[in-house]
Design a binder for this molecule. Structure first.
Ligand code: DAH
Length: 341
């Protein structure tokens, strides 16, 4: 009998040499120590068939073998687990001296940046956003803005007509009418959006972006307009920037003005950007024509309004020193990467 136990012990010792992982140790242990199927487990179960006088010796021998196997394989298991842990540490080791992998970070498009900046500036002055639709009726885009059929000012905006009634809006000014029809003064809105004209050269594109401003209240004057635009140019082009108003013509404003700002490149002494004049034209504006107020059911004896229209691309081109509008639409990453502030 002892010889049999010794054989099992040798088998365990020899078998253990072949084991390479704690999982294998676990399976190997089961082969010997499982209560029902393991070789040592079966020897225990044999106990009842052993003649009573040999039982004590038999039991002692089997128990000793079992204790030894538990110790032996337990130790092996612990060693194996330690080895595995070390291997894991090794494989998960971080070399903190390695240079980091550079992650390419995207940035907002310059048109979005300028648009957001304008919204920021004007919402700081209490303006709310109104977003109109890109398809408009002839009435909202022209007629209600005091530009009826056959008005010569329609020539200034080469229009994409979808039908005699519908068109792609040529100006965000159309938003003025929508707002004044729905809202009673005081009104203070900013209307950003895409506009469309059949126009295409270095500074014009068939699709571009405008931002319309409209304020209607009692006693609004050109001074309010210039005060707001002063804040705007100083935030966009720098502290010392000034504005100047020149007479102009738009059907929907009376008086109408063209707004210039002092050249932020040369400070007003004259350079290439301002063509030696010291001033740069930045937007159109004016006092809302009484006819436009009346078209929207607003009493022009009680209320007056100011309006302005800013070209976002033009603002971005001036701000970033771009001389061709196409650069803003071509999505060339080499260009766009340079245009984020
Ligand atoms: N809608 C004009 C344009 O697209 C710009 C403009 C001029 C808007 C004067 C205004 C304004 O609100 O008062 O050329």
């Amino acid at each position: 009998m002892n010889a049999n136990l010794e054989l099992i012990k040798q088998e365990i010792i020899a078998g253990a040499e072949e084991l390479n992982s704690s999982k294998e140790v676990y399976e190997f242990k089961k082969k010997f120590l499982d209560g029902k199927t393991g070789k040592i487990g079966l020897l225990m179960r044999e106990m009842k068939n052993i003649p009573p006088e040999q039982r004590a010796d038999y039991g002692k021998g089997v128990n000793e073998l079992k204790e030894w196997a538990l110790d032996f394989l337990g130790e092996l298991d612990a060693k194996m687990k330690e080895k595995e842990l070390q291997a894991r540490y090794e494989s998960e080791k971080l070399d903190i001296s390695l240079p980091a992998v550079e992650l390419e970070e995207g940035n907002l498009h310059p048109i979005t940046l300028v648009r957001n900046q304008l919204i920021d500036i004007f919402s700081g002055m209490g303006f709310e956003i109104f977003e109109g639709t890109e398809i408009e009726t002839d009435y909202y885009n022209f007629t209600a803005l005091n530009t009826p059929q056959d008005h010569p000012a329609r020539d200034m905006q080469d229009t994409f007509y979808l039908s005699p009634e519908f068109l792609l809006r040529t100006q965000t000014s159309a938003g003025q009418i929508h707002v004044m029809e729905k809202q009673k003064p005081p009104i203070k809105i900013l209307s950003p959006g895409k506009v469309f004209r059949s126009d295409d050269d270095a500074t014009h594109s068939p699709m571009f972006t405008q931002m319309e401003g409209l304020v209607v209240d009692k006693g609004i004057t050109l001074c309010d307009l210039q005060g707001m635009l002063d804040v705007f140019v100083q935030k966009i082009y720098g502290e010392g920037t000034k504005t100047r108003l020149r007479p102009s013509y738009f059907p929907f404003t009376e008086p109408s003005v063209e707004v210039d700002c002092s050249c932020f490149e040369c400070g007003g002494t004259g350079c290439k950007l301002c063509k030696g004049t010291g001033w740069i034209e930045i937007l159109g504006a004016g006092i809302v024509n009484n006819k436009v107020l009346e078209n929207c059911g607003i009493d022009s004896n009680e209320y007056s309004g100011l309006a302005f229209g800013i070209g976002i691309e033009r603002t971005a081109m001036l701000k970033y020193g771009i001389n061709n509008i196409k650069l803003l639409f071509e999505s060339d990453l080499r260009v766009l990467k340079q245009l984020n502030d």
